[in-house]
Ligand binder design. Structure first.
Ligand code: FES
Length: 104
């Protein structure tokens, strides 16, 4: 396990997809229904950034061509993407710090 301290949970904005770096990886995190979800930062369609995408009903939409993914698992929900995003475990400790395992 390679956990990285990312931010304080209060810094996350509900339904916002924001990029960050954890070790060697570029990832995005989102707060959805009070849960921190972490996904790989590049859409699997044309490897463009997912940051700035919209979240609706648990699905994140790529801002470029509209591919859709499950925000919790990274599973594809709509074309043009056909491969899932990777998802990474995240936890919030008792003091509100968000940690991500970037090697999971
Ligand atoms: S790069 Fe995301 S849908 Fe094309």
């Amino acid at each position: 396990m390679t956990e990285h301290r990312v931010c304080r949970v209060e810094e996350l904005v509900d339904h916002e997809v924001r990029a960050f770096r954890a070790g060697r990886r570029e990832l995005v995190h989102c707060l959805f229904d009070g849960r921190v979800c972490v996904l790989s930062a590049e859409c699997t369609h044309e490897a463009l950034p997912l940051a700035g995408g919209a979240i609706d009903n648990g699905v994140v939409t790529c801002p470029w061509h509209g591919a859709r993914y499950d925000v919790r698992t990274g599973a594809v929900r709509a074309l043009p993407a056909v491969r899932p995003l990777r998802s990474f475990p995240a936890r919030v400790d008792e003091s509100g710090i968000v940690f991500v395992d970037s090697e999971a």
